[in-house]
Design a protein around this ligand. Structure first.
Ligand code: FAD
Ligand code: NAG
Ligand code: NAG
Ligand code: NAG
Ligand code: NAG
Ligand code: NAG
Ligand code: NAG
Length: 538
């Protein structure tokens, strides 16, 4: 190695150490005074019982929502997966990415699916939802995004801060993350913003769900902040559909409860849980779907809410011909460049540093991910923040445990394809930065500085997911501004399926926030109505 290279490495390493020193120490979320809620897998614990609210899906948005509602109301959470506690694949950072290698059809914590576009993808199937299997990157939405969506800015801030005080940490950068950081800066993604939870142009270090010991705090931990006497969490039970009152006034359907099955498929028996029926119907609670961008539209369809023609194909009695269900499915197209020459075993490393380009068009991150149990690779990946292409979700089966069929039409719009060629060039620039080249001791093998046509072909062939898919029951077409399903009484959807656009940045922070935010809004809305008189479930 040439002397210049050795010197450069030395400078890089010294700079790394220096940055580690100057990063201020961080006050960690406290875990005192919290009570875990009652978790059960016994369907008899809840079968035939009534609750003020039923939250379907104990995922990223569902858990903060349930915790918040429990401050005043009885809440049942029904989650199809098992408990995240005591599972090192979920909790330990050194196993980051491993759940994605181990997926089976009906029980693994990560459920894999392949979109009709042919792109492999995953979603969480465990209490904590996708926050239990993801990279843990925590980054708030931009002010512009919050304004455009029309949320109450003060309440948004309050809700983010509540999430952060409970489960978000400031990361210690690994050497590889520091190399990526320098690479992004060299490629001109400026300014350098240091550690920031905000979504701002330039290179920054994001928050993380992993604490200083490398332990993940999923959204399930937020349940402990609620009133544990008011929450019951049913695990390993999959909601099949919604139950309606037979005697709705006019043609408006009123929700009575939900029907569910055991997730292990051991029996075909169905069970039911209901909403409390206070005398004053204006103080009735809701069934709230928080089953994610695939799960919530799927449950709506299985309940007869959706395009009538499609429901007919599956013999589902139509309840409401709501055409928007399953529409506006989007996934941010991404591409990745493997900067290492060959797989080796290194510790998996969650992305911590984000490059956010001008006008917040592209987001770049790099990590170390396992590709088998003894080998990892080092991709640097980039996503398009606001794609135009969109697709649809339809049922593929009436078994709620199976994936619906989803198609995203990646890069179908010319604009997306053109942006993708720019993303490829930027990736190549980062991979060729002095920092990355010297750290790896070699030049990258790609030839991405080629013609526009070649770049387009590269994009089409290599497009992948950044796991930020969203839509299917979007605000304005399926739910109103209060996230209530149009034309149905007692039904809301609160999760990533409501996003017309993902918040540009990594969406988890905003979904955690949304659960808290909507929970507070519901509690406030009912502040002056009589709370149902029924006792809590336990
Ligand atoms: C591998 C991966 C890595 C990611 N990395 C990041 C990252 O680092 N940072 C970031 O910000 N975002 C990341 N994301 C995206 C982010 O995690 C998701 O957008 C977000 O967690 C989705 O939240 P949600 O509440 O909409 O759905 P989820 O969190 O997926 O929750 C849905 C829940 O509903 C349950 N459910 C579904 N159907 C039913 C049913 N019929 N009955 C009962 N329960 C049901 C599921 O089991 C699940 O627990 C990643 C995603 C993945 C998959
Ligand atoms: C719940 O399901 C998970 C896997 O999905 C399994 O490991 C666990 O044993 C189940 N729990 C019970 C009580 O059935
Ligand atoms: C019933 O639904 C139709 C359209 O779906 C609507 O035009 C009509 O006003 C509704 N009637 C009542 C009584 O709500
Ligand atoms: C992983 O294990 C397989 C088989 O056990 C072996 O062939 C391969 O070389 C190993 N890979 C690494 C990177 O060690
Ligand atoms: C639909 O289900 C069939 C049969 O299980 C399966 O072969 C097919 O891949 C599924 N289609 C999609 C798009 O998931
Ligand atoms: C509830 O009542 C109080 C006092 O009567 C009032 O100030 C407040 O605005 C009401 N809240 C809602 C959500 O209606
Ligand atoms: C029912 O609740 C609404 C909203 O709080 C209230 O205006 C109404 O007076 C109540 N009706 C009865 C019969 O209590």
């Amino acid at each position: 190695m040439k002397l210049r290279h050795i010197l450069y490495r030395y400078v890089l390493f010294t700079a790394f150490l220096f940055l580690q020193l100057v990063r201020l120490s961080h006050s960690f979320p406290s875990t005192q005074g919290k009570n875990p809620p009652y978790l059960t897998s016994d369907v008899e614990d809840v079968s035939g019982k009534s609750f003020d609210y039923i939250v379907v899906g104990g995922g990223t948005a569902g858990c903060p929502l349930a915790a918040t509602l429990s401050e005043r109301f009885s809440v049942l959470v029904i989650e199809r997966g098992g408990s995240p506690y005591g599972n090192p694949m979920v909790s330990d950072k050194i196993y980051y990415g491993f759940p994605l290698l181990q997926s089976d059809e009906f029980s693994s914590v990560a459920q894999s699916f392949v979109s009709k576009d042919g792109v492999k993808n995953h979603r969480g199937r465990v209490l904590g939802g996708s926050s239990a299997i993801n990279g843990g990157i925590y980054s708030r939405a931009s002010y512009d995004f919050v304004k455009t969506v029309g949320w109450d800015e003060e309440l948004v801030k309050e809700a983010y801060e509540w999430v952060e005080s409970n489960i978000v940490f400031k990361p210690e950068l690994t050497i590889w993350q520091s190399v990526v950081e320098f690479g992004l800066l060299e490629a001109g993604i400026l300014p350098y913003n240091g550690f920031s939870m905000e979504h701002i142009e330039g290179t920054k270090i994001s928050g993380t769900l992993f604490d200083e010991y490398g332990i993940r705090h999923t959204s399930a931990d937020l349940l402990e902040t609620g009133n544990s006497e008011n929450i019951i969490v049913l695990l390993n039970a999959t909601v099949k559909n919604i139950i309606f009152h037979v005697n709705g006034k006019g043609n408006e359907s009123i929700v009575r409860g939900v029907r569910f099955i055991k997730s292990d498929g051991s029996t075909s028996q169905t069970y039911e849980a209901y909403l409390n029926q206070p005398e004053n119907s204006s103080s009735r609670g809701d069934v709230i779907l928080s089953a994610g961008a695939l799960g919530s539209p799927q449950i709506l369809l299985l309940s007869g809410i959706g395009p009538e023609k499609h429901l007919k194909n599956f013999g589902i009695p139509p309840v409401l011909n709501l055409k928007g269900v399953g529409k506006e499915m989007k996934d941010n197209p991404g591409i990745a460049l493997l900067v290492d020459t060959k797989p080796l075993y290194r510790f998996p490393d969650t992305p911590q540093v984000a490059g956010i380009t001008k006008d917040m068009k592209f987001i770049v991150e790099g990590g170390i991910i396992p590709i088998s149990f003894n080998a990892t690779r080092m991709p640097i990946a980039i996503k398009l923040a606001f794609p135009e292409s969109k697709g649809t979700l339809e049922l593929n089966s009436t078994d709620p445990r199976q994936n619906p069929a989803v198609e995203f039409h990646y890069l179908e719009k010319e604009k997306d394809l053109e942006e993708c060629t720019k993303m490829a060039q930027l990736l190549s620039k980062i991979a060729r930065s002095q920092s990355v080249v010297l750290f790896l001791g070699k030049e990258p093998q790609d030839n991405l500085m080629s013609s526009q046509d070649e770049l387009k072909n590269f994009c089409k062939k290599n497009v992948r997911t950044y796991y930020h898919y969203h839509g299917g029951s979007t605000v304005g077409s399926v739910v109103d501004d209060d996230y209530k399903v149009y034309g149905i009484k007692g039904l809301r959807v609160i999760d990533g399926s409501t996003f017309l656009e993902s918040p540009g940045t990594n969406p988890m922070a905003t979904l955690l926030m949304l659960g808290r935010y909507q929970g507070i809004k519901i509690v406030r809305e009912r502040e002056n109505t009589t709370v149902s008189s029924s006792p809590p479930p336990l």
